[in-house]
Design a protein around this ligand. Structure first.
Ligand code: NAD
Length: 246
């Protein structure tokens, strides 16, 4: 069997980089998809991935046409697109009263619209080949809500609904669709938060620490394994016990 081909959106970000590494170590050919607006970041990512079967492709996941072109290009270059990790995400935090329509649209388009844009183009090929793994990176904010994040929490909660619905549609075709909900993980996204806020949050985490990007990457590698075919429509919280539910 030829190597499975995996796409990781937001692939050069904090979590994306670790997910790319973990999937490459699991024997996948990996394509990190991201904006190429910051050339230095792309260059340092490529350097970090040297020796791994990891490639970079530029695309704006909020753009439906651009996602279609990307999927067609990957399928023709690599033969298939078997694993899709919808990880690209942004925040534009503000209380609702101060939030403008641009902040709402940007967050919904990148965090939720992207899942439609990519799955909409990638699932047909997965169905035809009888194998697929989709993982949508959501957030604990989508489960609990969060002050200043009506846009982000709505997008991340929406991903759960998307995940469960698509999982039902493709379950007989060898395709699983799951979401992973990280708690607070040490990346640039959380690094931008004020230290006193992070200290307060950490005090409420039963594990007593923030998560590491690899905590998420290991979960994604597990869910995208060929042997994980009976887990679908699930949400896997990776949050150190911050929010427990069943
Ligand atoms: P990050 O900012 O380090 O990485 C996000 C990546 O997405 C960046 O490389 C960015 O360039 C890319 N991106 C943004 N808009 C894009 C677009 N339109 N097209 C293509 N790529 C785009 O953030 P991260 O912490 O690695 O977060 C990754 C995912 O995990 C996000 O979906 C985020 O919401 C989620 N998450 C993160 C945390 C955390 O604590 N870090 C917690 C919960 C959920």
């Amino acid at each position: 069997m030829s190597k499975r081909v995996a796409v990781v959106t937001g692939g050069i970000g904090g979590l994306g980089t670790e997910i790319c590494k973990a999937l490459a170590q699991a024997g996948r050919t990996v394509i990190a998809v991201d904006l190429d607006s910051r050339e230095e970041r792309v260059a340092s990512f490529k350097q970090e991935m040297e020796g791994h079967d990891v490639h970079f492709a530029e695309a704006d996941v909020a753009d439906y046409q651009s996602c279609g072109a990307l999927v067609r290009d990957i399928e023709s270059r690599h033969g298939s697109l078997d694993i899709l990790v919808n990880n690209a995400g942004i925040t534009r935090d503000s209380t609702l009263r101060k939030m403008d329509r641009g902040q709402w649209d940007a967050v919904l388009d990148v965090n939720l619209g992207s899942a439609f844009n990519l799955c909409g183009h990638a699932v047909a090929g997965m169905q035809a080949r009888g194998f697929g793994r989709v993982v949508n990176i959501s957030s604990v904010s989508g489960q609990t809500g969060n002050f200043g994040q009506t846009n982000y929490a709505a997008a991340k909660a929406g991903l759960h609904g998307f995940t469960m619905s698509l999982a039902r549609e493709v379950a007989t075709k060898g395709i699983t669709v799951n979401s992973v909900s990280p708690g607070y993980i040490e990346t640039a996204m959380t690094g931008a938060m004020p230290t006193e806020v992070l200290t307060k949050i950490t005090a409420t985490i039963p594990a007593g620490r923030m998560g590491k990007p690899n905590d998420i990457a290991r979960t994604v590698a597990f869910l995208t394994d060929d042997a994980a075919g009976y887990i679908t429509g699930a949400n896997v919280p990776v949050n150190g016990g911050l929010f427990m539910s069943f």
